[in-house]
Design a protein around this ligand. Structure first.
Ligand code: 13P
Ligand code: SF4
Length: 333
């Protein structure tokens, strides 16, 4: 028998009785997970709901999602669903985007504690002040922003299309909020433009440090290093490629390589194992987003049972924020 770490039971340091207890506890846990998943599938039908899940969700939440993807893919799915209820398993700004794109539908966020700290690093008032300092410069907002910030924005982008969107603008000076690292990444491809950056950052991707990648590469010299553009410039320089989460999945699926060091939220590896089984993935220590992990199966069940927590946004904000989001979707990946 193999343990979850790939050791054989013979190598396992636990005593035989400890091993039996662990095995029984795992079986009980799996039964609870199965029962919750079954209940969620029943409720989903009953409520005419669709579950959209981000690639960083817990494995068991990924398993009950109708669609898994990156921020771009999830926005596209949200814009074209005909379900009455959208349950969004991701962080706050993602659920808000689904509501902006579907103002007449019920959009549920199963756990309001799942908030992206980077999205909270810029507010509408500060952005208005920055706009006043750079009159005429268009605003490109990373989709990791509040609805109020989107309402002050010309066009949104995700990490999947940030370069393409900024390249497509005729302007020489562009305000880009809130992620400095993504802005610096885009700047590599648009040398003729001046990006006015904001000091926002993702705490999870700042935890991914070059020294850890160097150590992993020494241990696994044939592994390709794939990171997210929210990582710091020295990490991106050292990596083989920087992609959005879905970009990482697409690359791995089509690559002839078999070993990968994954420089983004570790939960991505569940999705990778599903899409490209038989390949080997190495997680980078510290690459966890506690906010994305807030949503549990119990939260999803309660969300469907009680139709909670509904995303509600002022009508005028929805009207204004819809414009940059729809422009982003129209621009494609
Ligand atoms: P993706 O759009 O690449 O899925 O990224 C979202 C995110 O929050 C990354 O930290
Ligand atoms: Fe926000 Fe970073 Fe978590 Fe993505 S990984 S949701 S940017 S905190």
């Amino acid at each position: 028998m193999q343990t979850s770490r790939g050791q054989s039971c013979i190598d396992c340091p636990r005593s035989p009785s400890e091993r039996i207890i662990t095995h029984i506890s795992l079986m009980r846990l799996q039964r609870t997970v199965n029962a919750l998943q079954k209940r969620i599938l029943e409720l989903k039908k009953e409520k005419h709901a669709i579950i959209l899940g981000h690639n960083y969700q817990r494995k068991e939440v990924q398993e009950i999602s109708d669609f898994l993807g990156d921020s771009y893919g999830l926005s596209v799915q949200a814009s074209k669903t005909d379900a009455k209820v959208i349950v969004f398993c991701g962080v706050d700004f993602m659920a808000e985007s689904a509501k902006i794109l579907n103002p007449d539908k019920t959009v549920l966020h199963p756990n309001p504690k799942a908030k992206c700290p980077m999205a909270g690093m810029v507010d509408a008032k500060s952005l208005r002040e920055l706009k006043a300092e750079h009159p005429g410069a268009p605003v490109v907002s990373y989709v990791n922003t509040s609805a109020e910030v989107k309402a002050e924005t010309d066009i949104c982008c995700t990490s999947a299309n940030a370069v393409k969107i900024i390249q497509s603008l005729p302007d020489k000076k562009i305000i880009f909020v809130p992620d400095t690292n993504l802005g610096l990444y885009v700047q590599r491809f648009v040398k003729d433009k001046e990006l006015v950056l904001w000091p926002g950052y993702c705490p999870t991707h700042m935890n991914i440090v070059k020294e850890e990648l160097v150590k992993l590469k020494k241990l696994h010299p044939s592994a390709e290093i794939l990171v997210h553009p929210e990582c710091s410039p020295d990490v991106i320089d050292y990596a083989d490629h920087a992609f959005s989460t879905e970009g990482i999945i697409r690359h791995v699926v089509s690559s002839p390589k078999t070993e990968f060091i994954i420089g983004t939220e570790e939960n991505m590896i569940h999705r990778l194992r599903k899409e490209a089984p038989g390949k080997t993935y190495y997680a980078v220590p510290g690459a966890t987003c506690p906010n994305m992990r807030e949503i549990t199966l119990e939260d999803v069940r309660d969300s469907l049972e009680k139709l909670q927590y509904r995303i509600e946004l002022p009508k005028d904000i929805i009207k204004k924020a819809k414009i940059p989001l729809e422009r982003m979707i129209a621009a494609g990946r």
